[in-house]
Design a protein around this ligand. Structure first.
Ligand code: ZN
Length: 308
């Protein structure tokens, strides 16, 4: 198609990023980092003239209610919410959104839906204890996305399978027409990545996933966890990769969780949610000692999954 034909066929899309800030919840972080003990989630609304698609929801009931109001105020017809991965802080708002937008479909690739099936019950049990009154009884789950993409006013929105990043079976959503990647938790922006579910091997897979997103040559990259107000520059891909490389290198150069934590904090003193780094350092040293990233069961390890 010539450019003019393309213009006629597809509306020009835009996007808007919503953020919600909550306390970091790893209680074991070394003292002295209280002022940074918070984390922010993002949800990205991609929209045309009339319709909109949301990427991920918020976590708590309060934040989901706030997001629903903001989406309603936009005046757009919300057709889909796309869920990037199986961590509850990215999809626990589904039921609430569906009540407000009855025609809304929540979708994800089959791999994400299957992963949610495997871990939701254990996650729910733990999170209800940690966020009393803030976790919906029935958060809702996405249905399997049929087809290779979501259509928004003539534009394809394409899921990118990124494999094991901060959890198994993660994905991002690529919008080629506006050179946007809504990265989910493949990319972090100003916040310590969640490493507690990773291993020495999967951290290398995460780097591969970042290379895969970079090869799309996006103009904007929205991280699943970003400091509110930070821009969505694609350098966040390289910054996340550098962080992982530093963690891998310093893991090999240190013997204890505290030494690894301190060495990383020296390089990244300003990132929010150091509890996430502490959980990652603890898991890495446990793996070095026992061959497993944690001495606890898989289900119990999944407990940490909501501590991005
Ligand atoms: Zn997350």
């Amino acid at each position: 198609m010539s450019p003019s034909e393309t213009d006629q066929a597809a509306a020009q899309l835009e996007y808007r990023v919503f953020t919600a800030t909550r306390p970091g919840i790893n209680p074991d972080v070394p003292p002295g980092y209280e002022s940074l003990a918070w984390v922010a989630n993002s949800a990205t609304m991609i929209y045309g003239k009339r319709d909109a698609v949301l990427v991920d929801t918020f976590f708590t009931l309060d934040h989901s209610a706030m997001l629903t109001d903001q989406l309603a105020a936009s005046g757009k017809n919300l057709t889909y919410v796309y869920i990037t991965h199986a961590h509850g802080d990215h999809f626990f708002g589904i039921s609430l959104l569906k009540r407000r937008f009855p025609n809304l479909r929540a979708v994800a690739p089959a791999s994400v839906v299957d992963r949610i099936d495997k871990r939701l019950a254990a996650d729910m049990q733990v999170l209800r204890g940690r966020f009393p009154g803030q976790i919906p009884d029935d958060p809702g789950v996405p249905e399997r996305l049929d087809g290779a993409s979501i259509e928004l006013e003539g534009n394809p929105l394409i899921p990118i399978e990124t494999g094991y990043t901060d959890s198994a079976d993660s994905t991002s959503l690529h919008v080629p027409s506006i050179e946007l990647v809504a990265a989910g938790d493949v990319v972090y922006n100003g916040i310590h990545p969640f490493l507690a579910e990773t291993t020495a091997q999967t951290r290398l897979q995460w780097i591969d996933a970042l290379d895969k997103l970079e090869a799309l040559e996006p103009r904007a990259v929205v991280a699943g966890h970003k400091i509110p107000g930070h821009d969505d520059h694609p350098r966040n891909i390289a910054e996340t990769r550098n962080y992982l490389r530093d963690f891998i290198r310093l893991d090999q150069a240190t013997d204890t969780p505290r030494a690894l934590f301190d060495a990383m904090i020296e390089l990244y003193p300003d990132r929010a949610n150091p509890g996430s780094l502490w959980g990652g350092a603890t898991a890495a040293k446990s793996e070095a000692a026992t061959g497993s990233p944690s001495t606890v069961t898989t289900a119990a390890r999944d407990e940490r999954s909501e501590e991005p």
